[in-house]
Design a protein around this ligand. Structure first.
Ligand code: NAD
Ligand code: ZN
Length: 268
C-alpha cells in the first residue's frame, strides 16, 4: 500500500477503535534531541550497555554518574516534539486511553498526555539505596558537577536514578497496569521502539493475541490468531513488523501529527 493510503487506513482504524493504547520507545524522543539506544545514531554505537547494568552501577557508581552526566545531563530542558503532542491530542480527542512508555524522559507528560505508564521509571529523581529518600535530579547532577562523585544521601547511602537498570525488575504496578491495558485494547499503536527489550517488547504480542505465549518464538509458528490490530510507526522494520497489521515507516514527528489530524477530521 502506498504511504497516503496506509496513513488513511491507519487513521480509519484509530477513529473506529474502541480502546486504543500506545506503546512508545526511545525513537519517539530522538527528534527532541535525545539519542536512542539502537537507532542509526544510537548510544550503543558509542557506549557499552554493560555499563548500565545494576551490577556495574553498584560496583562503580562514580563511573555511572560520569557517563550519566555525559549522556543525560540537561534532559530536564528537553522539549516534547510533534509526535508527543500528537499523542496528547489523540488522548484529548477521547481516542487514546493510555500511553505505555519505555522512556525515562518525561516528555509525554510535558506534552500534555495524562494517562502515562512509565515501565522503566524516569530520570527526574535519584533515590537513596539505604533509606529511600528522593532528591530532584537537577540537584544531584549539580553536586556531581561540583565534584561529589558518587553523590550520597544525607544518611550516607548511595544515590541511584529512579530508572530501571538492566538486570533490574520492572516496577510491579506499572507493568501490571501495562499488561491490563494490553489485554483490554482493540488497537495498539507502537511508536519508535526496536521491540527487543523484554518484557516491554512482549506487550504488543499480549495485545494482539490476548495471552502470554511460552516464548516469543511461538509467534513465528503461525498458530496465533490476532484479536487486536497493531499499527507500527518506526524508521525501520523491527521484529514486530511481521505481526503488525500496518507499518508506517518514517519519522514519528512527521507521521503522527498527520495521522492524528486525519483521525480528528474523521471524528467531526
Ligand atoms: P531503541 O533505541 O532500542 O529503539 C529505538 C527505535 O526507534 C529504533 O527502532 C529506531 O529505528 C526508531 N526510531 C529512531 N528515531 C525515530 C523517529 N524519529 N521516528 C520513528 N522511529 C524512530 O529504543 P527502545 O525500543 O525504547 O528500547 C531501549 C530502552 O532505552 C528503553 O528501555 C528505554 O528505557 C531506554 N531509553 C530511553 C530514552 C528516553 O527516555 N528518551 C533514550 C534512550 C534509551
Ligand atoms: Zn539515605
Amino acid at each position: 500500500m502506498e504511504a497516503e493510503r496506509l496513513l488513511e487506513e491507519a487513521a480509519r482504524r484509530i477513529a473506529t477503535s474502541k480502546y486504543c493504547v500506545a506503546l512508545t520507545g526511545a525513537g519517539i524522543s530522538t527528534e527532541s534531541g535525545i539519542p536512542d539506544f539502537r537507532g542509526p545514531k544510537g548510544l550503543w554505537r558509542k557506549y557499552d550497555p554493560e555499563d548500565f547494568t545494576l551490577q556495574s552501577f553498584l560496583s562503580n557508581p562514580a563511573k555511572y554518574w560520569r557517563l550519566h552526566f555525559e549522556i543525560f545531563a540537561g534532559l530536564d530542558r528537553a522539549k516534547p516534539n510533534p509526535a508527543h503532542f500528537a499523542l496528547a491530542e489523540l488522548e484529548r480527542l477521547g481516542k487514546l486511553k493510555c500511553v505505555i512508555t519505555q522512556n525515562v524522559d518525561g516528555l509525554h507528560q510535558k506534552a500534555g498526555s495524562r494517562h502515562v505508564v512509565e515501565l522503566h521509571g524516569n530520570l527526574g529523581k535519584a533515590r537513596c539505596l539505604s533509606c529511600g529518600r528522593e532528591y530532584p535530579m537537577g540537584e544531584v547532577e549539580g553536586r556531581v558537577a561540583g565534584g561529589e562523585n558518587p553523590p550520597k544521601c544525607s544518611c550516607g547511602g548511595l544515590l541511584k536514578p529512579t530508572v530501571v537498570f538492566f538486570e533490574e525488575p520492572l516496577p510491579f504496578e506499572a507493568f501490571r497496569k501495562a499488561e491490563e491495558e494490553a489485554l483490554k485494547c482493540d488497537l495498539m499503536l507502537v511508536v519508535g521502539t526496536s521491540a527487543v527489550v523484554y518484557p516491554a517488547a512482549e506487550l504488543p504480542y499480549l495485545a494482539k493475541f490476548k495471552f502470554r505465549p511460552p516464548s516469543p518464538l511461538w509467534f513465528s509458528s503461525g498458530l496465533g490468531e490476532g484479536k487486536t490490530a497493531i499499527i507500527e510507526v518506526n524508521m525501520e522494520a523491527t521484529p514486530l513488523t511481521g505481526i503488525a497489521d500496518l507499518s508506517l515507516f518514517g519519522k514519528a514527528g512527521k507521521i503522527l501529527p498527520r495521522l492524528v489530524e486525519r483521525v480528528r477530521s474523521m471524528l467531526e
